[in-house]
Design a protein around this ligand. Sequence first.
Ligand SMILES: Cc1cc2nc3c(=O)[nH]c(=O)nc-3n(C[C@H](O)[C@H](O)[C@H](O)COP(=O)(O)OP(=O)(O)OC[C@H]3O[C@@H](n4cnc5c(N)ncnc54)[C@H](O)[C@@H]3O)c2cc1C
Length: 438
Amino acid sequence: MNGDAMSENSGGYPPSWYAATRLAGPSVARLEGDRDAEICIVGGGYTGLSAALHLARASRSVVLVEAERLGWGASGRNGGQIHVGMRREQEWLEQALGEVEARAFWRIALDARVHLDWLIGHYRIACDLTPGYLHADHRRRFTADTRAHVDHLRDRYGYEHVRFVDRDEVRHLVGSDAYHGGMVDARGGHLHALNFALGIAAAAATEGALLFDRTPATAIVRHGARWRVTTPHGSITADRVLVACNGYSRGLVPAVERHVMPINNYIAVTGPLGESGVQALIREGHAVSDSRFVVYYFRITRDHRLLFGGGENYSWTFPSDIAGFVRPHMLRIFPQLKRTRIEHAWGGTLAITPNRMPFVREIEPGLTAIAGFSGLGVVLAPYLGKLAAQALGGEAGMLADDFRRLARLDIPRFPGGRLMRWPTLVAAMSALSFRDAF
Ligand SMILES: Cc1cc2nc3c(=O)[nH]c(=O)nc-3n(C[C@H](O)[C@H](O)[C@H](O)COP(=O)(O)OP(=O)(O)OC[C@H]3O[C@@H](n4cnc5c(N)ncnc54)[C@H](O)[C@@H]3O)c2cc1C
């Protein structure tokens, strides 16, 4: 799928620095035979795994099926960057939804950030959680907006973890001439993406969720008042189904894919650079992402490498030489790495929506879908999994209200529908990414 090459020692994961440094997850098998559950979850990334965990905690019977390996999708391959907020900034939300709703979404974002700490702390998930995030402006003209944004968050939302950094400070923090200013968020940070996913999976299994890997759902059909999810060697009959396939959905629920578009994004990891080597690149160990339309994002790893994300494409296939694809982007920021070896490179598929807000819907009674975190799922996806668990578990309260709030969001369709969305998107995205050059 998507040109992923498998290697012997990557445990069924596409080769990546994450796969090479992964810890053991729970022991899981293929689904063989028929099962019955209150809730069936399709997709074993952060969304599905966290929903399974929270449903099991609430003593619901839950079966999760993952087509490949747990955390095999975007959740096991992403930049590991922890961002606070929705994918759209508060200023945009205020304009689009009004002050009250914008504030509600800010609260959801803060709750999601607290939930991340709770997950990692409560279940002792070893995922290299590291504090500190830096947004860096690659155009001088963007810094005024960033300064205003910091003031907005501090003054209007009382969020004092952010501060503006000027050109001198950003150049102190990042060993590059590429940036003119930015914003530090002390509540942001980074983590080991795959070990985080495997940690949620282990927690879900401990709480009693039944997890199956190498088990693709091939159809989801009504079965009287219930639903039946079929897989190659068995089926699950359930009262409710949550579809959490994000960018890896391939026609399973077409109603989702009209609103959600898969995009491939690429990451390269250098050889070890030593403690002083990585400090010369990112002095205080922040997760950094920049103001490009096709964002560059980078951080250092526990074993003192640079993990650099940059470049994307809009097709079903990955470039054959991913390291060669990412390298020029990395050298634009860090030309001093010209002679540095790239030891790992991989691609992953994320899902965007037209307005970059997540798509949360009850497609039909009892069939719910969540997708389209638009590149910001490390914090939000596990939390939306929790909200879904609350809603699917039939519990009332503020969390269920927040789920309904998300489900009410107007997420437009991509023009052209499920099959014809590509040409429109490729044209639009290519035009916008072209602007990064100026
Ligand atoms: C390269 C890259 C970098 C990123 N960087 C960041 C970042 O730094 N910070 C951040 O916040 N976000 C980042 N993201 C986004 C983030 O990774 C996602 O938003 C998040 O992982 C989504 O989780 P999910 O569980 O919804 O989907 P996924 O993790 O993609 O999981 C979906 C799963 O569904 C499975 N599946 C699909 N079809 C079926 C089927 N028929 N039956 C069973 N299973 C099926 C897939 O195999 C897959 O494992 C990045 C994404 C990518 C690709």
